[in-house]
Design a protein. Structure first.
Length: 605
């Protein structure tokens, strides 16, 4: 009895197979970390301890590019190696699905292959759109495809087991040489054979000898003197060259097609007035770019389209930002008096994840780096910095890893934003934690810090550690006139999804308040609502570098900003050609802002 030969697979297929598995695994694991950051997939939190941490966005994009290149390389390999029959899906294969035994499992395997190809194609295409800043339905499709890819290995292994048991599964670990492809003669070969036979018969008077079925005269006759030499390259080499070419070409196209914000030069006499109104001719004539952003909280589909224009007069830069936001939200952690005292209206402020009672915000970031994903400053995970305190939210920390500074302008609607300033901050190297931060009593911000100087806003309560806002709080100050304070807040509606009217303000000044006293508190009725934001003084020093004005209308905020082209501060990035910019919108959310991965390049005229 002849012993059945152990199944093997050509080493080219094995190499490409395991490289695809590696790229797909890295892409899925990093994608799960990113997906776990969204409220819609909170069930993924159970995987947080085992998911990777750090600059996940960069790794996810690199693995996605590698997967795209390998998918193309595989298609080239099976074509060049003559293995197309392995994945051919024809009527015979489909009809075998209803048969018994090995033919059925062979057909099932091919069907699964094509299912995988379709899902990978959808994943790559949606990934490209997400990379370009789109979200909403595209993000949902991307997540569904990821779920299918997580489950696919089970079906893949089961189908191979059905076809040939453990031997079939293990063949991907048993390499063999690629069998040479037997080429079928083409028309030219057939005609050449016919003419050679006729010439032989005329010369000898007898038919040419039979060379065997499928054997052409070129295999026995002396080669023509001037026959060109053909260079035979292994299909795996060709496949890898094709994949590398695709990756290189895609990277080059992406770099050359980056959006560019032209900062147009104007005369000082044309400098726009900061009032949140872009009706001035100088703004109408300014070039505009549109930046799709996604992954935000409370927004329809998590997306907000941001429009940007920029000018400069040789000394100051002027930027105009307009973005989608359905509500004018100023309710920043309001305080309500109940029977047992004052309570802070919030759901997750203590862990830096409040998405109800918070103000609208907007941020702009500038960096000398042209790396994607915010210049590599976003590090996901509950504790991406070994030996440093974890983030209260478990979502990650901002910091740089090369010692550089990334400039961050932060507009906060209820904390100075409607009073004429954007808070001037920066991301830098991770700071050393304080004793309070090490003990988990206060938030560790890693590399996120404010520029030197003071801000005018503060909270009307003492900051509490996680869980501390479930109990009553003692306000620092009370309103002198409760009726006047409520009138300034406009129509009192504590539904977080309802915005505030024009002119309403949810902050109190020093002149409108008095220090807390228990006897004064007893005179304030139960159910009273007051702001938790106190305004005293003004922005000072470097923190006062960025002036602004904002206006909300018809579901969009418009923000006009001015700052010196070069402040001379080591905590600021000059507005100059080649600088990278990113923007982010917060719809009454503490930290869940929209984002776009590709930087916008500045070009200053």
């Amino acid at each position: 009895m002849t012993r059945r030969q152990t199944p093997r697979t050509d080493y080219g297929t094995i190499i490409v197979h395991w490289l695809v598995v590696l790229a797909l695994t890295v892409s899925l694991v990093t994608g799960l970390r990113i997906a776990a950051d969204t409220p819609q997939t909170a069930w993924l939190n159970v995987l947080w301890p085992i998911l990777p941490q750090g600059d996940i966005w960069t790794v996810h994009m690199q693995s996605g590019l590698a997967l795209c290149a390998l998918a193309f390389a595989y298609a080239v390999y099976i074509a060049r190696a003559g293995l197309s029959r392995r994945v051919k899906l024809d009527r015979a294969r489909l009809s075998s699905v209803v048969r018994q035994g090995r033919p059925r499992w062979a057909a099932v395997n091919v069907v699964l292959y094509w299912g995988l190809f379709a899902v990978l194609l959808a994943q790559i295409v949606t990934g490209m759109f997400l990379y370009l800043g789109h979200g909403g339905r595209i993000l949902q499709i991307h997540l569904w495809c990821a779920a299918i890819l997580v489950a696919y290995p089970i079906a893949h292994v089961a189908a191979h087991w059905g076809y040939g048991g453990m031997d079939q599964i293990m063949r991907v670990f048993r390499p063999a040489r690629l069998r040479p492809r037997v080429a079928q003669p083409n028309l030219a070969d057939t005609l050449a054979e016919h003419f050679n036979q006729d010439a032989e018969m005329h010369r000898t008077g007898s038919p040419a000898p039979d060379r065997g079925r499928g054997q052409s005269s070129r295999q026995t006759a002396t080669p023509p003197r001037h026959r060109p030499t053909t260079l035979h390259v292994h299909p795996l080499t060709v496949a890898f060259a094709a994949g590398l070419s695709i990756a290189t070409f895609a990277t080059a196209i992406d770099k050359s097609a980056r959006d560019k914000l032209v900062v147009r030069s104007i005369a000082k006499s044309e400098a726009p007035k900061l009032d949140g109104d872009l009706a001035e001719p100088v703004w109408r004539n300014a070039p505009e770019i549109v930046i799709p952003t996604s992954h935000g909280a409370n927004l329809d589909g998590g997306t907000s389209e941001v429009r940007v224009k920029a000018l400069h007069d040789g000394e100051f830069a002027y930027l105009a930002f307009t973005w989608d936001d359905p509500t004018r939200s100023l309710k920043h952690l309001p305080m309500i008096k109940r029977v047992d005292g004052w309570h802070l209206l919030n759901k997750a402020y203590d862990i830096e994840d409040e998405n109800d009672y918070y103000e609208d915000k907007f941020s702009v970031m500038f960096a000398l780096s042209n790396a994607d994903a915010g210049g590599g400053t976003a590090h996901l995970g509950n504790a991406p910095l070994a030996g440093k305190p974890p983030a209260f939210s478990g979502r990650g920390l901002h910091y740089t890893t090369d010692g550089s500074i990334v400039d961050v302008w932060h507009w906060k609607a209820a904390r100075g934003g409607l009073l004429g300033y954007m808070d001037d901050n920066y991301f830098g190297p991770p700071s050393e934690p304080t004793k309070s931060e090490l003990e988990g009593k206060s938030r560790y911000k890693a590399g996120y810090s404010a520029d030197p100087g003071k801000a005018p806003y503060s909270t009307n309560f003492e900051q509490q550690p996680p869980g501390g806002y479930a109990k009553p709080l003692v306000p620092r100050r009370l309103p002198k006139n409760v009726a006047a304070t409520n009138a300034a807040m406009g129509h009192l509606d504590i539904d977080p999804n309802h915005g505030e009217p024009e002119g309403a303000r949810w902050w109190m000044t020093s002149d409108e308040t008095v220090p807390y006293k228990a006897d004064l508190d007893t005179q304030i009725p139960i159910g009273t609502i007051m702001p938790s934001v106190l305004i005293a003084g003004d922005y000072t020093a470097d923190r006062a570098d960025v002036k602004c004005a904002a206006r909300w209308s018809a579901g969009r905020w418009t923000l006009e900003v001015s700052r010196r082209l070069n402040t001379g501060s080591k905590f600021d990035i000059p507005i100059a050609t080649g600088v990278s910019m990113w923007v982010a919108a917060f719809d009454h959310s503490q930290t869940r802002h929209t984002r776009h991965l590709r930087p916008i390049k500045l070009e200053v005229e």
